[in-house]
Write a protein that binds this ligand. Structure first.
Ligand SMILES: [Zn+2]
Length: 375
């Protein structure tokens, strides 16, 4: 059963070539035109992989999305692949961090997060399609372009597709040590706004309600919500307040980053943050949630199943988790079996030394192919 791995080892050069083509096409998340160039290229790739359905979903703000399907008429619930094409590296990053291969590593902006993941999934599908071994059920592949800004435009579509899927395969990078991700914290961004009353700090300080002093008391309250041992955090990450050096401040505003491991803990945190009450007479306090992702809770039997399939093909996998979110949070929260971090091994995501371990390309492609064959 190690034949599968040998097969993909022979495909390593072709996989690297595709990865280089993708990295060459820079795709900073907020530069629609450049992301769309990569989308053009990927559309052609998907076409050449025998997809029976290919749709480009135009977007106004982000790059366009691509949805490809194989076996769309087959019975059964689909397997859903999720990958994103956008990166956090602004156009021109290639100059400072050009593509290079060194010590079995491939360096380049967006290589790890997560162009290599897309390469791996495409290669696994290509191989099985060519051998006529794709499972007799629909396979859906969604390429999005807004993950790095929290998937505001693709969230609905992801949930819609995931809702009737058998399994979601998220091609985000593995951990630095090469483990797949079986849990991810949920996270929410909150804006705390405090209104007091302005007054002249010299002539009539007694007439003011100092919003910064109110904030200081709220800050301590919020800080008490941290329960780091259990993975719950409420971090005040940005603060602004006041208007001038001689004015009692009428307003203060803060940004809170809230994270938790379970839906229950996330709900408790939400409850506490949205029910803060003012400490000073006359002050007003409001805390509102913006973008958020539910937690992807660990479901041990999923990892065990994936690990035993890998084992049959000579591939040992490990599991770990992350405090950061991905689109897997959305699918898992719907109760859809989700395997995340199936992409390349490597390090330096979002950083100048971003790279993948080249060996992991064939290894992960073999794992994906095995999962498709045996799940
Ligand atoms: Zn990513």
């Amino acid at each position: 059963m190690t034949k599968l791995l040998d097969y993909f080892k022979n495909r390593q050069a072709a996989m690297l070539e595709l990865l280089a083509e993708m990295v060459q096409r820079e795709s900073f998340t907020s530069e629609k035109a450049s992301v769309d160039h990569l989308v053009d290229y990927m559309g052609a790739q998907l076409q050449s992989l025998g997809a029976s359905y290919l749709q480009r979903l135009p977007q106004l703000e982000a790059g366009d999305f691509l949805l490809a399907k194989w076996n769309e008429d087959a019975a059964g619930r689909p397997y859903l692949f999720l990958a994103h094409l956008d990166t956090v590296h602004p156009a021109g990053s290639l100059k400072a961090m050009p593509i290079r291969i060194e010590d079995g590593r491939f360096y380049g902006p967006g290589a790890l997060d997560m162009k290599a993941g897309a390469v791996i999934a495409l290669e696994a599908i290509r191989a099985l399609h060519e051998r006529d071994q794709l499972p007799r059920r629909p396979i859906h592949f969604l390429l999005t372009t807004d993950e790095e800004i929290g998937s505001p435009y693709s969230e609905t579509l992801i949930k819609e597709l995931a809702g009737h899927s058998e399994l979601a395969l998220v091609m985000e990078p593995a951990t630095k040590e090469g483990a797949i991700k079986t849990w991810r914290k949920g996270g929410g961004k909150y804006t705390l706004t405090i209104d007091g009353r302005a007054a002249h700090a010299g002539i009539a300080p007694q007439e003011g309600i100092n919003a910064i002093i109110e904030f200081a008391q709220q800050a301590l309250e919020i800080n008490r919500l941290n329960d780091l041992k259990y993975g719950t955090s409420a971090s005040i990450t940005l603060v602004e307040g006041g208007s001038a050096g001689n004015v009692i401040p009428a307003q203060a505003r803060a940004h809170i980053d809230a994270r938790a491991l379970t839906a229950d803990a996330m709900d408790d945190l939400h409850e506490a943050l949205t029910n803060l009450y003012p400490k000073m007479p006359g002050a007003r306090v409001s805390c509102v949630r913006g973008q958020h992702r539910p937690p992807m809770e660990r479901r041990p039997h999923l990892f065990e199943k994936a690990a035993s399939i890998g084992e049959r093909y000579g591939i040992t996998i490990y599991e770990a988790g992350s405090g950061g979110g991905s689109d897997g949070n959305f699918t898992a929260a719907l109760g859809i079996p989700t395997l995340d971090g199936l992409g390349a091994h490597g390090d330096g995501a979002h950083a100048p030394n971003e790279h993948i371990i080249i060996d992991s390309l064939p290894r992960q492609a073999a794992l994906i192919a095995a999962l498709l064959l045996e799940w």
